[in-house]
Write a protein that binds this ligand. Sequence first.
Ligand code: ATP
Ligand code: MG
Ligand code: MG
Length: 350
Amino acid sequence: GATIGILGGGQLGRMLSVAAARLGYRCYIYEPGAAPAADVAAARTQAPYEDPAALEAFARSVDVVTFEFENVPAEALDRIEAIVPLRPNRKALSVSQDRLTEKEFLSGLGLATAPYANVESLADLEGALKTLGCPSILKTRRLGYDGKGQVRLTDPDQAADAIAATNGAPAVLEGFVSFTSEISVIAARGLSGEISCFDPGENVHEGGILRTTTVPAPIPSRLRTDAVLLAGAILNALDYVGVLGVELFVTPTGLIVNEIAPRVHNSGHWTQNGCAVDQFEQHIRAITGWPLGDGSRHTDVTMENLIGDDMDRVPDLARDPACALHLYGKSETRPGRKMGHANRITPRSA
Ligand code: ATP
Ligand code: MG
Ligand code: MG
């Protein structure tokens, strides 16, 4: 069988490897650091992304390369792409690596985003605060996740502190969206351009980290349709192959796109126990040219992330007959670290 190369050895790479193995593929992980995914993949390189020889050896031993981590340096991707197909493509990756580029791309498609401004200096921030007002959020353009690299401002006096807290890194200021809820759509596009979406889920965050995702999201069917259509527009515009996560704010005037992730997404973990073909298998299907699964949901699910000391609850969760556990095999528990998740299923309501 063919071998799939995965850039990044975190839990997403691990779950992609498991799904790939079920379809008869082998996985080869490229991850600079220590990583739990290595435990299930057939092979692994532990080398920096700046090591051309290691990257080229990796690329030559696989049939297609994908990623679970969107911050792979551009030069590393150049070397890989010269040897083997990269799916999804570079455009999808570069658009979502940079919050400013991402917002310009989304606005260009006619989609609503939070009001934003480019911030490269304290003067820029002070100017942006005059137009966008407070509360607002300063977000570094690159490398942020789980709310890292973000500062909330409730008063323009906090501008200098906010610049210091983000080390003066290029950033965007976003006006605060007073949303009624947050949802996401996990969408897939296959090699021949077909699209399949999973049901939107409602996301609850705590301290900037996803806490739970619940499907079905309690929103009008009109908004469900809007969410799926806008995800399709994004996939087509990027000529995308694979699974994409789209995070949305629900507001009284409609949906606002928060951000996109060019990969399987934490808010799609419910699909493992809610659908015949989950987001991980869907991604493997897409990048290897299989027909896509149809995304239908057969149960209601609440996915709960197990973060840090939540791991102490595993013995109890393991006794809950409605609960499916997915643990990532991380050796060290740290506050704020995603250690696993639990999918609690109930019969389908709607
Ligand atoms: P992820 O782990 O999802 O990649 P991230 O670090 O990229 O997170 P964001 O998705 O930008 O962070 O923001 C995290 C959360 O903060 C959002 O899900 C939302 O709850 C809140 N948030 C972000 N931007 C705004 C905004 N402009 N207005 C209101 N709330 C916001
Ligand atoms: Mg993000
Ligand atoms: Mg987010």
